[in-house]
Design a protein around this ligand. Structure first.
Ligand code: UDP
Length: 479
């Protein structure tokens, strides 16, 4: 049977942290697997900064992006509604728009892939006779926890964070109560019910695609795939197709930042950034600035104005709410550090920065995209988890992979003091412990490259997914 070229539509939930991995998946399918791609994106009031970030990601190739008409969810949320609940409400509200968008597409896509928050769109794919997959731009460990959470919900009484022993996930490393994902922090909150629903709805798909790779997470992947308790819960095939990340932008005219990095010694600069929306309290910014200064190491820091008690960031927009002044930094900080440090307000070209040979460490909130970008550049980390599943990621990076140090207390529970910050920065950048982490992360970088190469595990998994798609498309046509 002659296979025709597949046309895959990928539904992204709003926010840079979701859109970036979807674009990475689209780019990968387009450039390595000869597939036509349409990205379906719910329209939001994205800020000018967001368009600036998106443009180079989409210009370079033929990714077709269709915006789904905006929806007004203001009457369904209140100031206390969490980001996760808001995302779920929004993805529910766009379903009629998604349906009419697909109906109007010519040619119609053959396959629908949705991201973590798009599982309610899986039945829409059925209406159009399309095979359907879920793309979880995170770890196999997170996926195991999410699919198993409905079972934990029946087994465990009281709040997860109050448990005295780690939560057992069959076949996987147990999850410490303090490491649970944000929606599991309070079982009475609406976002917990939404999270339980996601874990159940994955099974409505024809398969789950994960932004991870075999050699990184053999244990969790095995538990998700091989016969056993977890497999019985997951039911559908699980494919490791990562690590997908954006390539560095081709150098145009050199920015001041890159010119500055060019003249720094190799692996001498630590990069600090908290993802697309992470912010710190005023007190924590003060301690971080002092800690950096005391470490006497070179740094590039993406700075954002402080927010009190709000580390969970704005997923929908970036670059908002700042007049660009840096008066929240300690007095004289800029003058005292100007020869060793560079500050970038709001948003920096992260992949270019991490790919630069003068970068030697990354203080990161451990969002999965940032983590993969760091590994792909062979950069060890200071793990500073803030929200979502980042505590799980931080634990994996420090305890399993040995490529990161982390503060003794969770940064969301207690302010991390300047002395501890100084020590972590020096450990990463100066001491033999940091050197050992750098060596290990470089091994991971090579294993990631191998997984994506034409004979690699992730390349092959993606090929299997596409064969499965072709088979399903052909059998739908026959019916
Ligand atoms: N990012 C960037 N510049 C910044 C901050 C973030 O390019 O100043 C990108 C980063 O490279 C990554 C994404 O935004 O691809 C953030 O995703 P991640 O999963 O790390 O964190 P989230 O934003 O979802 O918390």
């Amino acid at each position: 049977m002659e296979n025709s070229k597949l046309h895959v539509a990928i539904l992204s939930s709003p926010g840079m942290g979701h859109l970036i991995p979807v674009l990475n998946l689209g780019n990968r399918l387009l450039s390595h697997h000869n597939v036509d791609i349409t990205i379906l994106l719910p329209a939001t009031n994205s800020s000018p900064a967001e368009s600036k970030v998106l443009k180079p990601l989409t210009d370079r190739n033929q990714l077709n992006i269709i915006e789904i008409p905006p929806v007004d969810i203001s009457s369904l949320v209140n100031p206390k509604t969490t980001i996760v609940t808001q995302l779920c409400i929004m993805m529910r509200a766009v379903l009629p728009g998604l349906r009419s968008t697909i109906a109007a597409m010519n040619p119609r896509p053959d396959v629908l892939i949705v991201d973590l928050f798009g599982t309610e769109a899986l039945p829409v794919a059925d209406e159009f006779d399309m095979p359907k997959y879920v793309y979880i731009a995170s770890t196999a460990w997170f996926t195991a926890l999410t699919t198993y959470c409905p079972v934990l919900d029946e087994k465990i009484e009281g709040q997860y964070v109050d448990q005295r022993t780690p939560l057992k996930i069959p076949g996987c490393k147990p999850v410490r109560p303090e490491d649970v994902v944000d929606p599991m922090l309070d079982r009475n909150d609406e976002q917990y019910r939404e999270y339980l629903r996601l874990g159940i709805e994955f099974r409505l798909s024809d398969g789950i695609l994960l932004n991870t790779w075999e050699d990184l997470e053999p244990i969790s992947l095995k538990a998700l795939r091989e016969n056993g308790i977890l497999r019985a819960v997951v039911k559908v095939p699980v494919y490791d197709i990562g690590p997908l990340r954006r390539p560095a932008e081709p150098a145009g005219s050199k920015s001041r930042l890159i010119e500055w990095l060019d003249v720094q010694p190799s692996e001498s600069v630590i990069y600090i950034s908290f993802g697309s929306g992470g912010t710190l309290s005023a007190q924590q910014i003060n301690e971080l600035a002092w800690g950096l200064e005391m470490s006497q190491q070179r740094f590039v820091w993406v700075v954002r104005p402080p927010t009190e008690g709000g580390a969970d960031g704005s997923f929908f927009t970036v670059g908002n709410g700042s007049d660009g002044t840096l008066d929240y930094l300690p007095d004289g900080f800029l003058t005292r550090t100007h020869s060793v440090g560079l500050l970038i307000p709001q948003w920096g070209p992260q992949v270019e920065i991490l790919s630069h040979q003068s970068i030697g460490g990354f203080l990161s909130h451990c969002g999965w995209n940032s983590t993969l970008e760091s590994i792909a550049s062979g950069i060890p980390m200071i793990a500073w988890p803030l929200y979502a599943e980042q505590r799980l990621n931080a634990t994996m990076l420090t305890e399993e992979l040995g490529v990161a140090v982390r503060p003794e207390v969770l940064p969301t529970k207690k302010v991390v003091g300047r002395e501890e910050i100084e020590k972590m920065v020096r450990t990463l950048m100066q001491y033999t412990e940091g050197k050992a982490m750098r060596d290990r992360v470089k091994e991971l970088k090579h294993s990631a490259e191998k997984a994506l190469s034409n004979e690699g595990s992730s390349y092959k998994s993606m090929a299997v997914v596409l064969e499965d798609c072709q088979r399903r498309v052909q059998s739908h046509k026959k019916e």
